[in-house]
Structures are given as C-alpha cells and as structure tokens.
Ligand binder design. Sequence first.
Ligand code: HEC
Length: 255
Amino acid sequence: MLSGGTPSAEPTASKEVAKTATSSAAPAMAAEVAPPPPPKPDPAYVVAAKTRKKIPFWAMATLSLLPVWAFFYLLAVSPQEREATGPMAIGEAVYGACASCHGAAGQGGAGRVLHEGEVLKTFPHIEDMLNYVYTGSQPFVSAGLAVYGDPTREGGAHAPLSYNGNAMPSQGETWGGGLTNYEILGVVCHERYAIGGADPKSEQWAAEFATWCSEDSEIFAALQSGAVNFDTLAETFSMLETPPREIGTQPRASK
Ligand code: HEC
C-alpha cells in the first residue's frame, strides 16, 4: 500500500542535503586556491597581431564561392559555349514550318530539294530568294512568269508548279503569308548556310553572309526594328560596301 505523499518527500530532503554540502564546501576550497600570478605583458609583436584588423568572418564563405564564379566566368567568355542569336537562330526556329515539305535537312519531300547546293543554283543571289519565299508559286503563275530563280540554272531553270504540280505557299504579308520580313530573311539564311551548303567563310559567300546573315547584320537589325522592309531596303542600304539589290514583294524575274 503506497500513499501519494511518500514519493515526493524524499527528493525534497535530498535536495536540502546537497545544498548544505555545497555551501559549506565552497569557502574552504576558495581559501586553498592561490591568487593567480599577474599575467605577463604581451610582447609588442603579439599586441600588434591581436589588435590588427582581422579578416571578416564572411570572407571565407565568399571565397568558397570563387570556383563557382570562375566556372560561370569561363562559360561566359568561351565562344563555343555562346548561344547563337540573330538571323541564323531565328531562321532555324522558323524552318520548323518548312521542314514538313522540304525535309529537316533540306532533302526534299512535298517541296523541292534544298540541300547540297541545289537552292544556291536556283538563287545565286539572296535577294531573288527572299522575293520568291515572300511571294510563293501562285503569284508567279498569275503574273505569267515562266521561270523563277536563275533562268540559266545548272540542271535547268525552275518553272512555277513544276515539282509534281505542288505550290510553294506564299510567306509574305501581301500574299496572305504569316512571316515577317526578318523571319523570311532568317529562314532564307538558314536554308542557304545551314542546309544549302554555302560556307560562310568561303570567298564566294563571306560577303553575302556578313551583310545579310551574320549576328551583326545591319540589314537584319533594320528589318527586325521595322525601319526598312523588302521594298525600301535596297535604297536605304545603298551605301554598304556590297550594296543590296532590289527585293520587292511582287513576283519578278531574277536579276
Ligand atoms: C506545303 C509544302 C511546302 C511548305 C510548307 C514550304 N514549301 Fe517551299 N516549296 C514547296 C514546293 C512544292 C516548291 C516548288 C514550287 C514550285 O515548283 O512552284 C517549293 C520551293 C521552294 C523554294 C525554291 C527551291 C528551288 O530550288 O526551286 C524555296 C527556296 C522554298 N520552297 C523555301 C521554303 C521556305 C523558306 C519554307 C518555310 C517558310 C517553305 N519553303 C515551306 C513546298 C513547300
């Protein structure tokens, strides 16, 4: 039979004992300990070391981020890591809508073959290709033009609707197409330089690439900003070293 009061009585008692023991022992111990000897004065160089400005605590954390910074710095400055922008990048994206007929690599399908120099044979000058992609097949037929592109084309001139009778859909606004002028330039750059086989570093194509398709093409920038269009571009840029020829938005024979 345990009563509720009994267990609590014992801890209280032992606490009191402990208290008494401590208070009686403390003065005795304090008396035995000798006063500490006065500290030796620090030499001047130790004082200097102790009092000079320390490296702040956050410096270590900051320094530990140095490799991270170095990684991104190298990523940013190495040219091969840079993302492509400008006409070629836009053209690659726009070409997605052309690939269903012309093939992802320009190998042809419902639309004509573009790769291995084929499209360059049809359009030795980029201006004529811009005009044709803007316009499409039907306006050439309506205008009674027997040929589009180079009439002396190696392998024979291309007549509108001569490829299984299929039409190249009009891309420019005048003819109900959905592409802006700069998008047409972008996709034409892609077809000539990424698919068609023109080498931007070659003597034959370097000037055309720099003027129309490079990242710092002034013509592309002016089309993108809306400062010029396919009708006004030739006149605006007539001062360039390789001045552009007329493009136009109406079907026309290649020059
Ligand atoms: C619906 C299918 C189709 C689509 C989509 C299409 N094309 Fe075509 N494309 C053709 C056909 C067909 C021809 C040949 C037209 C003719 O004979 O009149 C052609 C011809 C061309 C030519 C001339 C090639 C040559 O050497 O004669 C170019 C350049 C061209 N297309 C660019 C484009 C571009 C750029 C796009 C996307 C913006 C595109 N095409 C989308 C069907 C298509």
